[in-house]
Design a protein around this ligand. Structure first.
Ligand code: MG
Length: 361
């Protein structure tokens, strides 16, 4: 029986982890369930799954207490808040199923240092990084020449700059292929998410930025590819369904059945094209912050969280999301990412500066 401590149990990924545990009660159980503030749903899940601990984040003094008795730390919380849990699980030497992007985007350096020290294992859950993991035969340190991340391009792929200035929150939340939480859906529309995934790939697979490419693939069937020295490329294909990477993170190299098999007779053509960076500046802002390292990605992320909230509240336009991020990166000084406290401070400063830029003093 695999004991899972699930952080972020009421979010989009968390709910799907619950579905997997529900489908295989003889293989998985929860040692702990944690969520942000949905007390009602937490009690409901707690009655159903009977974990040893069911906690709201605000009730947790030390994140380490969540992972005392687990085999897998499943980090499905969204945003910067997920990082403190990932660090605690890394220090405890756990197997970490990582669905929180910010842990590596903001804290990659710290997380990798802690996992190296403790022997903790990082397993990607993000569909692109799970695809790369599969193409590398589940060896994160296997050799390759290039990693190719695919991007659906989001709902605004074909819009002109003028049209982008007029899009609404409602339109941005309508992702063409994936069903996800609001923040990541918005980040897919701005392509910030793909910039994040480039940074995640750097930390997960020890890649140089020059070895990572992002291409648009509107069908979201090829989840990513790995190119090798001899020119061969391996891809992982499947219908967009987060259950596959979630299950696989728990059981790899074993594969459990999933509902849908690809039907090649009706699949039709698969397309690949250049990422339209000019119209979606968040992608480059993220990659450049990743190259700079230190607190830069944390500042970028803090600013983006504030800007996305402001866009959803109809306080700024879609192009102003990137503008807010760029301005905040210029105004907040960047430092070395030597501790969680430094990152936390950078996150708070970025949020304050971004809020001031949007709403005034
Ligand atoms: Mg992804």
């Amino acid at each position: 029986m695999v004991k899972i401590a699930l952080v972020g149990c009421t979010g989009s990924i968390g709910r799907q982890v619950c579905e997997v545990v529900r489908a295989y009660p003889d293989r998985f159980c929860f040692s702990a369930l944690v969520c942000g503030n949905n007390r009602e749903e937490l009690s409901r899940l707690s009655r159903e799954f009977r974990p040893a601990a069911a906690l709201l984040a605000s009730e947790i003094g030390d994140p380490a207490q969540v992972f005392e008795d687990c085999d897998v730390a499943f980090i499905a919380a969204g945003g910067f808040a997920g990082l403190s849990y990932t660090l605690a699980a890394a220090r405890a030497g756990k197997k970490i199923a990582l669905a929180n992007k910010e842990s590596l985007v903001c804290g990659g350096e710290l997380v990798l240092r802690e996992t190296a020290r403790s022997g903790a294992e990082l397993v990607p859950v993000d569909s692109e990084h799970s695809a790369l993991f599969q193409c590398l035969h589940f060896h994160r340190d296997a050799p390759y020449k290039k990693l190719v991340l695919t991007a659906s391009g989001g709902p605004f792929l074909r819009l002109s700059e003028e049209e982008l200035a007029r899009v609404t929150a409602q339109e941005a939340l309508r992702h063409p292929t994936w069903k996800m939480g609001a923040k990541v859906t918005l980040d897919s529309a701005t392509l910030l998410n793909k910039g994040y995934e480039v940074i995640e790939a750097k930390w997960l697979y020890g890649a140089d930025f020059g070895q990572i490419e992002a291409v648009v693939h509107p069908e979201s069937v090829v989840h990513s590819l790995v190119c090798f020295e001899d020119g061969a490329a391996l891809a992982q294909l499947g219908y967009p369904d987060m259950k596959v990477p979630i299950q696989l993170a728990l059981t790899y190299p074993e594969r459990l059945p999933c509902e849908r098999q690809l039907d090649f007779a009706t699949l039709g053509a698969l397309h690949f094209e250049r990422l339209p960076e000019e119209r979606f500046p968040c992608f480059r802002l993220a990659v450049d912050a990743g190259k700079e390292g230190g607190t830069a990605p944390t500042v970028l992320n803090g600013a983006a969280e504030i800007a996305v909230q402001a866009f959803l509240a109809e306080r700024i336009t879609f192009p102003q999301i990137a503008e807010t991020v760029r301005e905040t990166l210029e105004r907040v000084p960047h430092m070395a990412a030597d501790s969680f406290a430094t990152l936390k401070e950078a996150d708070m400063r970025a949020r304050a500066v971004a809020s001031e830029y949007i709403y005034g003093k």
